[in-house]
Write a protein that binds this ligand. Structure first.
Ligand code: PHE
Length: 339
């Protein structure tokens, strides 16, 4: 019996054809219901106990080899295994592709640009490395002006005239210098301040600046624009304008929105008042217009500036600003769009 198996294994090894019906005949002859292998398995019970092991091993070997042979021949007939691998089997299930996500700061920036875009605001941008004129002097902050201390500045060591911009207000100046009114622009961008890093402040963050210059622009226009904006982004027109001071706007105000005092977190982030500051704004100081060659007798306008991290922290309830810069994918993947 062992010899018979050996002979059949030899037959299997040498068998070759390129005709489909011959492959099928081979399959039936070896693996079919009445085929050699089925027959041999049926004979197995007659084998003496001591031979069972060797016999069984040989028989299983034969079966595996015959099955493999049929498979190879069938594959060759249906175009060949090699071409199939090369082309890829398009019927196989695909590998899942995980999609990237927008950074929450980018989502909020785009949303703000979209909201203002609908009322006619275009885009303007300026450099991150700025000179003294655009970051300070033209904005009514001459050298030694105490208000320069409001923003601790990173200077380029070899030249005290060159610095990393401390706010996007520098882009207002650049835009007014090279464009005539009417002006309606937003300028988003990175700003830098020499501040200690904590959960609530960072030395690099993002702002969006807005500027509107035309004939007869009044504080009422500023207020209506702010109402439109807070309604669109925060879903509330419940705001208050707190008198404030910026050297480049007069009068100046800080905008608070009513956040409410429903949860413990509300108490924490609003310091128990229910109100939250979201941006600074004001009427562009006539001196700033003069510095940018715009006649304040003819034109007036307003400007505002907001911090994007702060907005994203409120909208997404993020309590640590550092999360935005660590780029932990588990954090980033959670954000889709605002409201
Ligand atoms: N530049 C101010 C800041 O960085 C914000 C601001 C912009 C205020 C425009 C008034 C007008 O805090």
């Amino acid at each position: 019996m062992i010899e018979r198996i050996a002979a059949l294994r030899e037959n299997v090894a040498t068998f070759s054809t390129s005709a489909a019906d011959e492959v099928e005949q081979f399959r039936i002859a070896f693996l079919g219901k009445k085929g050699h292998i089925t027959q041999l398995f049926a004979d197995f019970r007659h084998v003496s106990n001591e031979d069972k092991k060797a016999y069984g091993q040989q028989l299983n070997q034969l079966k595996t080899e015959a099955q493999a042979k049929v498979k190879v021949l069938q594959e060759q007939l249906s175009g060949g295994a090699t071409t199939k691998v090369a082309l890829g089997d398009i019927t196989r299930p695909g590998q899942p592709i995980s999609l990237g996500a927008m950074h929450p700061i980018s989502i909020v920036r785009d949303k703000v640009l979209d909201v203002f875009g609908r009322i006619g605001y275009g885009l303007s941008s300026g450099p991150e490395v700025e000179d003294d004129w655009h970051n300070f002097t033209a904005l009514n902050l001459p050298e030694h002006h105490p208000a320069r201390d409001m923003q601790d500045t990173f200077f380029v060591q070899t030249n005290p005239d060159i610095m990393l911009r401390t706010h996007t207000s520098s882009v207002q100046v650049r835009h007014m210098e090279s464009n005539d009114p009417p002006i309606r622009i937003l300028s988003p961008g990175r700003v830098f301040r020499n501040e200690a890093i904590s959960a609530r402040s960072h030395c690099v963050f993002h702002q969006i600046e807005g500027l509107y210059i035309d004939r007869n622009v009044s504080f009422a226009d500023l207020k209506q624009t702010l109402l439109y904006f807070t309604k669109a982004i925060f879903g509330t027109a419940d705001i208050r304008l707190r008198p404030s001071y910026f050297p480049f706007t007069e009068p100046s105000a800080e905008v608070d929105i009513y956040w409410g005092l429903e949860t413990e977190a509300d108490y924490r982030i609003t310091k128990g008042t229910g109100w939250l500051e979201i941006m600074g704004c004001g009427m562009v100081d006539p001196q700033v217009l003069i510095n940018c060659n715009i006649d304040p007798q003819e034109y007036s306008g307003f400007a505002f500036g907001m911090g994007l991290e702060r907005m994203a922290m409120l909208l997404y309830q993020i309590e640590d600003i550092r999360m935005f810069y660590e780029n932990d994918v588990r954090f980033l993947k959670q954000f889709t769009s605002v409201s």
